[in-house]
Design a binder for this molecule. Structure first.
Ligand code: COA
Length: 569
């Protein structure tokens, strides 16, 4: 089928549907919802069999939905309507939630129902539920819609609130009033529910050290206590605030300044001096996790396998985070297990350098330089590991330097639903480092390497496997993926052939080093990056500014809008 995806932006769900439908052999083109005239023109140029709208913030123009079948993906159960679907479901502690595929008509979210897929709702961050359960269910719902469209005989079900299967209802946009935390009264569980229901966007509006800020990235804390509402501790970028019955950690803040674009930052960075006065409660990387708390990096061993786990908000890795991760990695190298698994976060493996921290630095060029060197140090340490078999296990998506960092490991395993963006150029023609000029061609060959980086398109895990970019992909959900990673890693650790495998690995590395030293790859990449950061062309700085401030693109790039690329020849 020829499918036009009409969307507010190329977000994770849109990317997943794009790669999934392309893998299934459909012709998929994208148009960003910029204005009605542009949408009409796109439909005219594309002449699609079906329009899919996975992420829209406005209604589809009437003449478009009247003349074309438009299927809207709504992150709510049958009958649920409104722009805050997941927010309400999480705030009200629903146990079951779902995704509905419905036909666009004159009333928002009230069209005939083509498919509904339900799931158990995790009490987690909205952004995480969106990236996992909602995305997986949307893929399934779209699959059913396509089967039903092709079948021809299917009649979608009109929305009828007298039908007992219709459990949802219309709800308004959730306001800050409903999200507001009462620090004197709310228990930790309530505070976390409010933070979770608001994570990603818009956050919970609050006041901290005299500033109006949005709070994000809440974590439970079961040991620390204090007078309700007071700040009691800090750890790395996060601050800990007491509630009526305990405390919670807050990892990210975004300042609210009317009329000015702002961005999320680690809480201690945004608070500055007010945060430094708080006692730092350290937690060793290898401390046993017998209580809930905030930790970005941890190390543990199980059945002869070492696990270095890192979970950075939005997969963004700042200079100091890379340095801490490198120390944890070095500590793991000194331990016994000969199989080491690098476990990125549940939602993201890594998205490379921390563009928000770079943006707010006094000299973004200098901070970019420090950040890329810190991430390169880590990539180099992984490549140079001689006596352990390293495995990158990706349960979440990865982009740019984050993908290449994973390739530094000996084996790369990805969850089936993972989407990879193995390219840098969309960020203002950034050249990229992380030893990608060594790692990528080594895995996929020079020609494919060029295709992957130049196409600037996302790849599904299975497409990445066919290319040789990852070694294997398995399991649909995170927990089964982690269980299978453990099973496979344990098998490798017990395999009598491990010694021989490690010897081969060392020989291959020595051979490669003789051909061309690693340092040379790094040096040449960094010389190009120096130009990106300090040269005359400001493209990277402009692209980063637009990215961190969520400034929408004014047109859909040709690599996505195939209907426009065709016309332009
Ligand atoms: N640094 C800082 N923040 C980052 C980031 C990075 N490298 N990558 C993603 N984020 C943040 C976004 O700013 C956004 O912040 P928000 O929570 O305030 O909205 C959040 O992560 C989610 O990003 P979004 O783009 O909405 O997620 P997505 O899943 O739809 O798309 C990517 C994911 C990775 C394709 C996209 O975020 C991206 O292109 N990131 C930049 C990658 C990059 O160029 N890294 C630097 C070079 S190494």
């Amino acid at each position: 089928m020829r499918i036009l995806i009409l969307t507010h932006g190329f977000n994770s769900l849109t990317q997943r549907l794009f790669v999934e439908l392309r893998d299934q052999g459909h012709e998929v083109s994208i148009e960003f919802d910029i204005n009605d005239a542009v949408t009409r023109e796109a439909v005219e140029l594309c002449r699609p069999d079906l329009i899919l709208a996975p992420y829209l913030k406005r209604a589809i123009p009437e003449d478009v939905w009247r003349s074309q079948r438009c299927i809207v993906i709504h992150p709510g159960i049958r009958g649920d309507r409104g722009p805050s679907a997941l927010d309400w479901a999480l705030l009200e502690g629903e146990e079951q939630w779902g995704v509905t595929a419905l036909e666009a008509n004159a009333e928002l979210d009230a069209g005939d129902i083509w498919a509904e897929v339900t799931f158990a709702l995790r009490p987690a961050r909205k952004s995480s539920v969106y990236r996992h359960e909602v995305t997986e269910s949307a893929v399934e719902a779209v699959k059913r819609v396509l089967e039903r469209v092709l079948d021809g005989g299917f009649r979608p079900e009109p929305l009828d609130y007298t039908n007992p299967r219709v459990r949802g209802r219309a709800r308004p946009r959730m306001r800050q009033r409903e999200r507001r935390i009462d620090w004197e009264q709310d228990e930790s569980a309530t505070v976390l529910r409010k933070l979770n229901a608001s994570d990603g966007a818009p956050g919970v509006l609050d006041e901290l050290a005299g500033r109006r800020v949005y709070l994000f990235d809440g974590h439970a804390e079961t040991r620390l206590r204090g007078a309700p509402g007071t700040l009691i501790a800090r750890r790395h970028g996060a601050i800990c605030r007491a509630t009526r019955d305990g405390a919670v950690w807050i990892g990210q803040l975004q300042q609210r300044i009317k009329g000015e674009p702002t961005m999320k930052l680690p809480a201690t960075t945004l608070m500055g001096a007010a945060a430094w006065q708080l006692p730092e409660i350290a937690l060793p990387v290898d401390a046993a996790s017998d209580s809930e708390t905030y930790r970005e990096i941890s190390y543990h061993e199980r059945d002869g396998v070492g696990y270095v786990r890192f979970e950075f908000y939005n997969g963004a890795m700042g200079t100091e985070q890379c340095q801490r991760l490198l120390s944890a990695y070095r500590m793991a190298l000194a331990r016994a297990p000969r199989v080491l698994v690098l476990l990125g976060g549940r939602d993201f493996w890594s998205n490379g350098m921390h563009l928000h921290l770079i943006e707010q630095a006094q000299s973004p060029a200098d901070e970019s330089w420090r950040n890329i060197n810190a991430i390169d140090d880590l990539a180099q340490a992984i490549v140079e590991t001689r006596d352990k078999l390293t495995i990158a296990a990706m349960s979440g998506n990865a982009a740019a330097g984050g993908v290449f960092l994973a390739l530094a490991a000996d084996r790369v395993w990805a969850r089936r639903g993972v989407v990879l963006n193995p390219h840098y150029k969309t960020m203002g023609n950034l050249y990229g480092s992380e030893l990608w000029t060594y790692l990528l061609p080594k895995r996929v060959g020079a020609e494919r390497a060029e295709r992957v980086t130049e196409s600037r398109l996302p790849l599904s895990a299975s497409a990445a496997r066919s290319l040789g970019l990852v070694d294997d992909s398995f399991a649909d959900a995170v927990d089964p993926f982690l269980a299978e990673v453990h099973e496979r890693a344990t098998e490798l650790a017990r395999d009598p052939a491990l010694d021989a495998l490690l010897r081969d690995k060392q020989r291959a590395r020595e051979h490669d080093e003789q051909q061309r030293p690693l340092q040379r790859y790094r040096h040449e990449e960094l010389e190009k990056m120096r130009l990106n950061f300090y040269g005359f062309d400001p493209s990277y700085h402009v692209a980063r500014y637009n990215f961190v401030h969520r400034i929408p693109l004014s047109r859909t790039p040709f690599r996505l809008a195939l209907h426009r690329a065709r016309r332009s020849g």
